[in-house]
Design a protein around this ligand. Sequence first.
Ligand code: GLC
Length: 553
Amino acid sequence: MSDWLWWRDGVVYQIYPRSFQDANGDGVGDLEGIRQRLDHLAWLGVDAIWLSPCFPSPMADFGYDVADYCDIDPLFGTLADFDRLLADAHTRNIKVVLDWVPNHTSDRHGWFVESRASRDNAKRDWYVWRDAKPDGSMPNNWTSMFGGPAWEPDDTTGQLYLHSFLKEQPDLNWRNPELVEAMHDVLRFWLDRGVDGFRIDVIHRIAKDAALRDNPPAPGSLYTWGNQRHDHDENHPDIHAELRALRAITDSYRERMLVGEIGLPPKEVATYYGDGDELHLGFNFAFLHCPWDAARFRTEIERFERLLPPGAWPDFVLSNHDVPRHASRYGQPAGREAPGPPGHQTGREAPGPPGHQTGGDARARLAAMMLLTLRGTPFLYYGEEIGMRNVPVPEDRLQDPLARTLHPSLSRDPERTPMCWNATPNAGFTTAATPWLPIGPQPPRTDVATQREDRASLLWLYKNLLALRRNHDSLHRGSYRSLDAPEGVLTYERRSNSEIARVALNFSDQPRNISLGSGRITHQLHTNASAAVATSADLRLGPCEGVVLILTT
Ligand code: GLC
């Protein structure tokens, strides 16, 4: 495959560094831990890893408050550890994507320390400072996404600074050319080191209304953020010129990639691809809010295909560090594998008999088959390959600032718990007595070691789907077309010059008869490892079962 392009044809795997592997026994994951686990990722067959932020940070927002863009936090290791991880990943043909947070820094970043020191400091204008209104009220009505007003008074100079998130995360001023140049240098620093791309945090917020006009009110939400229309504090047209400049920098290196987090509806996300001169990919979060419904998934898939400008490449995401894991969101249909009893610890149970389907329920299997057979780069979230669920975190162990600033029920900790590598009490994640977040409970056999022993496991389904996607250009590059299907079933075709892949996914809880047309079946993969081998494209799929057929034309 001479024209293989990793970020288009491959699969990206997101790692939350605090929770992947702890190599130094302090209860928190680190870069050396990730390096030690690269063989798992190579075995699985992913093409790239995206690391959530690992830069020096006071961890007010667990790394999304960066105190130095060009170093590694000692909690995670050193720059030398990073270089070793990068080199070892590259040896295995795995690309490395960093998480770049351009909208804000930590309030401990040297730039902000200078900026807040005096009104005439050279870096004053690198952040957004304003006087209070004559009546003492805030400069405008903007609110923080993490609760309360977006302005924080600062005693040193008597002005207020803007923060879209925590008050410990002051917003940078992208209207200041020196700041823009400094941020470009940050990209070059990592690109020169060999980093393959960036996931860009909340890129839709880097430019705001220059006059800082009030947002129109839109009452009705429990939280201040939802009580206004964000007309003036996000999605400003000036962002697109900034993106073109970022793209020009990455394009001056070979095969580098920018994927942006854009917290806006798909119609707006599509505009962040520009004319092929802005982002390579804009995260398509449609599935994060999609109910378990074949018709709704079809609508979302077709919508993104339709909205993207010509030549733009889609992507799909089922889980990430900000939303409940999809294995928890979609739960499980009645009568399927029950989770362990309350209080059950991860993987304590012996593996099931050969042929028994371990890890994840039928819905996790079907979702995996969909994600890995669509036209568009799949983004996996660590642990989804073994069916990890959200872990309930007791209130006295909550870490996420959202639990404090908004409500404990909004904590993102449950989807950020440690990776489960084996069936020991700390799941092979750490030797520390207490990991930073609890390991379980998880359903029985939710760990890598157990599932690797079982060819019928969810882990093997992921591995087999990744291999099928890689080996068939219909699946990694082919066109997409929805097919007619019985109610509750999603069927589609992926077509390249040489072959056709047809996929049928039964989202319903009833068996369904499906016809996937004609053609000679050369390869097939079922979600259910014990399903009968299909001899024709007329099939009967059990509840929550799916199949991929590769057919010759
Ligand atoms: C993004 C990140 C989220 C973080 C926020 C503020 O949405 O994904 O985890 O809290 O930005 O940086």
